[in-house]
Design a protein around this ligand. Sequence first.
Ligand SMILES: O=C(O)CCC(=O)C(=O)O
Ligand SMILES: [Fe+2]
Length: 261
Amino acid sequence: MSECLKGIVDFESCPIMDVRYIQQCVADLEKDGVVALKNFFSPTVVQDLVSEAEKQRAKAYFTSSTHNVYLTPNNKSFGKEHVFNRQVSSSKGCITTDQLPPNSKLHVLYRSNKFKSFISMVVGESALFECGDKLSGINVHYAANNQELGWHFDNSSFAITLLLQKPLEGGAFEYVRDLRDADAGEMNFDGVKGVLDGKTKVEEVKIEPGTLVLFRGKNSIHRVTPTAGAVTRILVVLAYNNKPNVILSEAARMTFFGRLS
Ligand SMILES: O=C(O)CCC(=O)C(=O)O
Ligand SMILES: [Fe+2]
């Protein structure tokens, strides 16, 4: 097994096998709902991954859609104007695990037991498993000029992102912590309305290329603001499950990737 993270992870900035470092990440995630690990990738690795991503960009599947913040179909029993049915816009391009070159450092990172063990300790899972399909484990997202990700709550309990390239303007990651309680079935319509109407103060996570972000987005509403300028925002998203061989549903694969395999 290819386990060597040397030359991929900058261990000086991010000593992911160091118990005290792990404990600090656990504490930060608990306190803020998000932890941003600066220089997880060194500038050389970032450069490498950007040129790899640029080469594959023509293969990206572009989607542009509107959705509610809960990522569900509309509910007619609420009125058209109800916050549950309010539509926001999302547009991006995406390539999948199987579209990365076989020798990509991203494959090595994604499969690494050291990395999986680090993430599982930080998020408090006893173990994490790679996705069972060949599409959804590693995704590279492209947001060109004027693309955005509208306000939403994630379906998954945590997300891992790695920014490779920052746009000239915009593309900011904004969030409001613990706005709802999904497990308790609490939707907090008033709270969501405040955010959509621009009345609520939102936080921004400052993210530079090479930063790894671990984020709990199930109850914390978040968005990526519209990008501006000639430089595309490029971001890697890594997905794991707490059970082995979980396969993303056919409907979700069609929506996100436009194909099943
Ligand atoms: O692009 C980002 O920084 C966040 C991505 C995100 O929220 C998502 O994929 O659900
Ligand atoms: Fe999200």
